[in-house]
Design a protein around this ligand. Structure first.
Ligand code: SAH
Ligand code: SF4
Length: 366
């Protein structure tokens, strides 16, 4: 059989099973003249057993495996470079074609294990406080490149460990790559043959592409909005592109209109930047802005990176900001900065391994 021209091919003109969706694999099985239950078996080998070789698909006959091997590969990403922080955080650096790179971060906490994954190489948006934003957009990731980050992280886990939360908070703006993100979520949550991670354990974070919030609702995942400012002027300065397109009032209206399931709430993320958005007046404005929205607030003290003019507020200022919100009965969490020494913390992900990260990796802890 000749591989069909509109199916995802690898550089060597062979089919890439990981890049094919379930319907495409089913079409291939149909072309082979195999019974359709083989589709699920192949998908289970790829996603649940995470096999890298068609040869190991032991419930296919030898003849079937040969037929599949003749036209297809599984197409997993090469093993990433893993850097470990003193605090146990591991950064996975994946090499894509053309020298492009993306990063995922695996963050262990006492009873939790969070994986933070990327959706773009660089980012469509240009937030001034974010290293990824400074790279510009190199390209969108494809669905399988998003899923592969999760599978590769699973390969690295110790016995008995499992990912308890998956956050789309690495490089890139997920809602600027919505088609691939949607397909990736469906493979990640599928319990029949996919990774089977429950949607309630997944959070997608957006810089605020207001008209696209609605399209997240059907996925059943949690939604986080990076607010980061309490006035339109402030947001114009900190997040110029997204706020020009969808100013603060429009974004808040979209949040109010978001169809939240009972028992769910939105998360608002707020990067605290010294002298920019960290005053008690800001905290009070935030209370007013979020009034009536079922939500919690994650405060993220700015993670510094070389070349940035922004600074992290003092611990006292951070504490005061949090106290003001608490007194207004908001659930407020302070995001601990994990993996800062390996530039693995929020906003520190960028394609700068050689320029920035390697001296730090060599030094170990900073
Ligand atoms: N693009 C999406 C998701 C990736 S950014 C978004 O913006 O929501 C994930 C989080 O990191 C966002 O809340 C963002 O505001 C925050 N962030 C970006 N740069 C940061 C930095 N230098 N320090 C702390 N948080 C940062
Ligand atoms: Fe992109 Fe999010 Fe960074 Fe803004 S904060 S530049 S949207 S990754």
């Amino acid at each position: 059989m000749k591989p069909s021209q509109n199916l995802p091919m690898m550089e060597n003109s062979r089919l890439n099973l990981l890049a094919m969706n379930a319907q495409e694999i089913e079409a291939l099985v149909g072309k082979f003249g195999w019974p359709f239950f083989k589709t699920k078996q192949i998908l289970q080998w790829v996603y649940q057993h995470r096999t890298r070789a068609i040869e190991s698909m032991s419930n296919l006959s030898k003849k079937d495996r040969h037929q599949l091997q003749a036209v297809a590969d599984i197409g997993r990403a090469p093993i990433p470079t893993v850097t470990e922080s003193w605090d146990g955080t591991r950064k996975l650096l994946f090499s894509l074609e053309n020298g492009l790179m993306i990063e995922s971060v695996l963050i262990p906490e006492s009873t939790r294990l969070t994986l933070c994954i990327s959706t773009q190489v660089g980012c469509t948006v240009d937030c001034g406080f974010c290293l990824t934003g400074q790279m510009g957009l190199k390209r969108n990731l494809k669905a399988h490149e998003i899923v592969d980050q999760v599978m590769t992280a699973q390969d690295l886990l110790h016995d008995g460990q499992r990912i308890t939360s998956l956050v789309f908070m690495g490089m890139g703006e997920p809602l600027a790559n919505i088609e691939a993100v949607t397909e990736a979520v469906s493979r990640i949550t599928n319990t029949q043959w996919g990774l089977g991670i429950p949607p309630r354990r997944i959070t997608i974070s957006t810089a605020g592409l207001a008209p696209r919030l609605q399209s997240m609702a059907g996925l059943g995942v949690n939604l986080a909005i990076s607010l980061n400012a309490t006035t339109n002027k402030q947001r114009d300065y900190l997040m110029p592109m997204v706020n020009k397109l969808h100013p603060l009032p429009e974004l808040l209206q979209a949040c109010r209109n978001y169809p939240l399931d009972p028992g769910r709430r939105l998360t608002f993320e707020y990067v605290l930047l010294r002298g920019e958005n960290d005053s008690p007046e800001d905290a009070n404005r935030l209370i007013q802005l979020l009034r009536g929205i079922r939500c919690k607030i994650n405060l993220i003290p700015f993670n510094e990176f070389p070349g940035s003019a922004f600074r992290r507020p003092s611990d006292a200022a951070i504490q005061e900001f949090q106290n003001i919100l608490r007194h207004a009965h908001y659930d407020v969490f302070l995001r601990k900065s994990r993996g800062r020494d390996i530039l693995g913390a929020c906003g520190q992900l960028g394609n700068l391994l050689h320029e920035v990260a390697s001296p730090i990796i060599r030094q170990g802890v900073i």
